[in-house]
Design a protein around this ligand. Structure first.
Ligand SMILES: [Zn+2]
Ligand SMILES: [Zn+2]
Length: 357
């Protein structure tokens, strides 16, 4: 039986490459060849042991793949378009079961079985549970969208999770609150996807301490990169209608609380670590007295993945995000580069001999 490789994050830290058999896909699923997988900030958190549920898993979740095998039954994408062997697609890194309490309530982003595929060791069948691998076993409950012919993998790979997640943030903004500029904390792909998706809604100040990231943000027409946020105007001050936390540090929440105007909205997205050390000190009374709405955005709806592919198909400044490319063999260097924030996105190309495919 043919085999492929996975790159696994181990519970105690570190990485391990494993070779596994390429099993036939389960009914309704598909075996994909990974064309390109990006390193998302949360992959770095998993690698560093900061994720609450992912330990000993196959790293990687932001990717584009090509179907190499189905079970032979008809398969469609989220738009209802037929899918067959050879088609390229993006799929959610999480599952949507459709039958749990959250799914029945329409809150599919909170499906109780979201991580039932990803959060297991590759030693358990069907092995290929993450995208830092030669192949990927797509579960039938993962939402998938076909990639239009000719769309470069560099763009397609951004759809899940960065761009779909950014569009979910834009969807969560209360439009009645937006009058002046809004603030994004963190100019990584999540922050920039929010700016691109929310271009019709507001102008965006984009705060990031990393100069390379500010230079990328400067290419977005509706963005103003900031090296420093404005000094807080007293305990109950703040000027921004909406502050989106797209950075991973716990301190970003305090900055958001200082910068949001009374009656404004904070959207939490980037802070995902739940270790006991990932705490921060703030005065809850400020939250009350400013009348701030805090909205958390975790994962997204299938309409956001469809919209992400559509957004990336047109003229968008997201095309300006530079990519650094590595092979799977250079995974350590790639993760280190992603952690240093030197490039807009760091990509792994498992099959470079096939032009990525
Ligand atoms: Zn991600
Ligand atoms: Zn569910």
């Amino acid at each position: 039986m043919p085999t492929g490789v996975t790159v696994n994050a181990l519970a105690g830290g570190g990485l391990e490459r494993r070779e596994h058999a390429l099993l036939p896909p389960r009914p309704g699923g598909a075996l994909l060849a990974v064309e390109r997988a990006n390193i998302c900030g949360s992959d770095v958190h998993v690698w560093r042991g900061g994720h609450p549920t992912l330990h000993d898993c196959v790293l990687g979740h932001e990717f584009v793949g090509r179907i190499v095998r189905t079970d032979g039954s008809p398969m469609v994408d989220a738009r209802g378009e037929p899918l067959s062997e050879g088609d390229r697609l993006v799929c959610t890194y999480f599952r949507v079961c459709g039958t749990c309490v959250m799914c029945v309530l329409g809150r599919t982003h909170l499906c109780e079985h979201a991580y039932d595929s990803w959060a297991h060791s590759s030693l358990r069948r069907p092995h290929f549970r993450g995208a830092f691998a030669s192949h990927y076993q797509m579960h039938p409950e993962q939402i998938r969208v076909k990639i239009p012919p000719g769309m470069p993998g560099e763009l397609a790979a951004l759809a899940n999770c960065a761009v779909a997640q950014g569009l979910a943030v834009v969807d969560a903004i209360r439009p009645d609150l937006v009058d002046g500029p809004c603030l994004v904390i963190g100019a990584g792909a999540l922050g920039l996807a929010t700016v691109a998706g929310g271009s019709a809604m507001a102008t965006w100040d984009v705060y990031d301490r990393v100069p390379a990231r500010r230079r990328i943000a400067a290419r977005f027409p509706n963005a103003r990169p900031l090296h420093e946020v404005p000094p807080p105007a007293g305990t109950l001050g703040g000027v921004y209608d909406v502050v989106v936390v797209a950075a991973g540090s716990a301190e970003s929440f305090v900055t958001a609380l200082e910068q949001v105007r009374p009656g404004g909205q904070i959207i939490m997205m980037g802070i995902i670590n739940t270790r006991p050390t990932d705490t921060v000190s703030f005065t809850p009374g400020v939250l009350t007295r400013k009348g701030v709405t805090v909205t958390s955005v975790i994962r997204y709806h299938q309409r956001h993945l469809i919209a992400a592919v559509d957004l990336l198909s047109g003229p968008t400044p997201l095309r300006e995000i530079p990519l650094a490319e590595f092979t799977l063999d250079d995974i350590d260097d790639a993760l280190a580069a992603a952690e240093r924030h030197e490039s807009g996105r760091v990509s792994l190309v498992p099959h470079p001999d096939k032009g990525g495919r």
